[in-house]
Ligand binder design. Structure first.
Ligand code: GCU
Length: 612
């Protein structure tokens, strides 16, 4: 076995902040002055995009964004938001109306609001996410566009907003695109709409737009302390936005008696580093500190945990100590519902079920989940794998597709980089090996390392074979990542459960491996012998055999079986069993635990007691 080496993750810390990649996302919106725009929005279902294109398919300058009204009996206006039906925001449209369940196309949303203008204040409209492509307008003026259904975006409206009768119109189109991220084919429901919160954010003329405050990665601290690095140095940066760029900034952590002062440069940017005695964050002790950043013109508080995450050979080290990731994969499926999850309560339920299973880790698949997930994970003590939807076979040689993926990656990292719970950024899931693919994915890794040198990089890859029953993890992309994710369905898509015990696993890398997917389907309540597919007994037996196989893998550092709950998928039509649900959940769509849930719970309890 090659000498265990500290992984490449420990590159220079503050090499590059996100502003070298133009992004204007405001972070930590929940601790800002905001006005919610959630609730009922008027909508127009527009499959032919009549509100956007003329009959010649040119952009219509008098499109629905004008929110026109017939003003006289002779006026011809063929839409009227205020007489139209409504949809709830946040919320996917598919689960709100039977007629929209399979709808893929454009829906126009309109929300009217008044706003008291205040001197020396700026205003932004913020979207937690909108699937898939959206164009926003305020009072008939275009604010901007956003592509990607799972990351936040905001537009400044300071100059456009008026005291009364503002109308915010958003065209949301969830049509799948071959050059999209994801592309045409996914095994999850293509929920469309304003799927997450919408709010107005009010900030001072010059405000604290973005910051990064974490423990400095070990390498920067030097390897003096036996290569595991001391956990005392806090490092990071702050970015102001506004004319008064050069200001004195203080970073206060009262519970750690910290109060440090720095000065921003002519670009409103400051880097800092200081030593601090901190209680480290871990799943067993999810200690969060109130951290307040103050400038002359603004102040923002965030609750932040401090922990380090590294690898050493095939081990993952949390705060310098090896940890086994007892995990489960989760889709953003609302508990006991056919809709997309978005709320704090949804996150508490889903992560609560994972806790019940004795998990200390969740793989949030296959896209960045709503912000409540990492924040609830921070608070309740759950390690997180967060992923962008570079899923299956996307257009590797399409520059636009790469830019889109890079942008989603940047938005994901920008939003969650101060979350202690998030330890892994995943670049992709089950992508076919090719030079073009490797090149594409390696550019994502480079961006991720530049944006955040404190976390581990991974991807869910597939195995190869070195002979019968000899699976090997040797995907060439493994070279670029710190942790290898591997999806396998032995006993479900590949043979029957008994096949598991025949397998001896190998890897060509001296790196930790997470078995990021395994499992099989079961219809909750369907019982028979353990060889009958779709029964709870088959799923239970499959998990028992999988665990026997997994326990024999020396380089295994974690598992996240597929999947916590049944989830909606257009690829699963089997009547009476699936009915458009992927039934691989350990918990049903009605929140009932299947037998295999307890199989994993027993295994994780054993691991927790250290009987690994
Ligand atoms: C794949 C894929 C998942 C999918 C699962 C399944 O591995 O990553 O998105 O849902 O298998 O087939 O159930």
């Amino acid at each position: 076995m090659k000498a265990a080496k500290l992984s490449r993750v420990l590159v220079l810390f503050i090499a590059v902040n996100s502003y070298s990649f133009e992004q204007n996302l405001i972070i930590n919106v929940d601790n800002r002055s905001t006005v919610s725009l959630n609730g009922k929005w008027q909508v127009i279902i527009d499959p032919y995009e009549t509100g956007y294109y003329t009959y010649r398919y040119d952009i219509n300058k008098n499109g629905y964004f004008r929110n026109e009204k017939a003003r006289s009996k002779t006026d011809l206006v063929e839409y009227d938001f205020d007489k139209s039906e409504t949809l709830n925001v946040p919320g996917d449209w598919n689960s709100q109306q039977e007629k929209l369940l399979f709808y893929e196309g454009t829906i126009w949303y309109k929300k009217s609001f008044d706003r008291i203008k205040k001197p020396n204040k700026r205003a932004f409209v913020y979207f937690g996410a909108a699937n898939y492509h959206s164009i926003a307008y305020l009072n008939g003026k275009k604010l901007g566009e956003h592509e990607g259904g799972f990351t936040p975006f905001n537009f400044e409206i300071t100059q456009l907003v008026q005291e009364k009768d503002n109308f915010l119109v958003v065209k949301v189109d969830n049509k799948r695109r071959s050059d999209g991220v994801p592309t045409l084919n996914t095994d999850w429901w293509n929920y469309g709409g304003l799927t997450r919160r919408v709010m107005l954010i009010e900030v001072p003329d010059t405000f604290i737009k973005d910051y990064f405050i974490q423990l400095k990665p070990a390498q920067e601290r030097g390897l003096a302390e036996g290569g595991k690095g001391s956990l005392k140095t806090v490092a990071g940066w702050i970015q102001l936005d506004g004319k008064q760029a050069e200001q004195t900034i203080t970073v206060e952590i009262p519970d750690a008696n910290i109060g440090q002062t720095f000065n921003t440069d002519a670009n409103g940017y400051a880097e800092f580093e200081f030593d601090a005695e901190l209680k480290l964050w871990s799943p067993d002790n999810p200690t969060l500190y109130d951290v307040t950043i103050k400038s002359r013109t603004d102040s923002v508080t965030d609750s932040i945990g401090f922990r380090s995450i590294e690898t050493e050979g095939s081990k993952i080290l949390l705060n310098g100590k090896p940890i086994f990731l007892r995990g489960i994969s989760i889709h953003e499926q609302a508990p006991r519902s056919n809709s997309r999850a978005w709320s704090k309560e949804h996150s508490e339920k889903l992560l609560g079920w994972a806790k019940e299973m004795d998990c200390n880790f969740v793989r949030l698949a296959h896209y960045p989940h709503n912000e409540y997930m990492p924040r609830t994970a921070d608070r309740t003590g759950m390690l997180v794998w967060s992923e962008i939807p570079v899923y299956w076979t996307i257009q590797w040689e399409n520059e636009g597709t790469l830019e889109n993926a890079l942008n989603q990656l940047t938005e994901m990292i920008t939003r969650d980089k101060n979350r202690a719970s998030v330890i892994l950024w995943s670049m992709a899931n089950e992508t076919p090996v090719s030079d073009a693919r490797n090149k594409f994915l390696s550019q994502l890794v480079e961006r991720a390392r530049n944006l955040d040198p404190t976390r581990l990089i991974t991807a869910a890859m597939e195995k190869n074979y070195e002979g019968n029953n000899k699976p090997v993890i040797n995907d060439p992309f493994g070279e670029y990542v710190d942790v290898l994710g591997c999806n396998e369905y032995i006993g479900w898509y590949e043979g029957l459960p008994d096949r598991c015990v025949l397998y001896t696993w190998k890897t060509t890398y001296d790196k930790p491996v997470i078995m990021s997917e395994f499992g099989g389907g079961a219809l909750c309540g369907f019982h028979s012998d353990k060889h009958t597919r779709w029964t709870e007994e088959y799923q239970e037996y499959l998990y028992e055999r999988q665990i026997e196989m997994l326990e024999k893998i020396p380089f295994l550092a974690g598992t996240s079986p597929w999947i916590l709950t049944d989830f909606m998928s257009p690829r699963r039509p089997l009547p009476g069993i699936q009915d458009y649900w992927n039934r691989k959940g350990l918990i049903s769509d009605k929140g009932e635990k299947k037998k295999a849930f307890y199989t994993m719970q027993r295994y994780y309890a054993k691991l927790k007691e250290g009987k690994k």
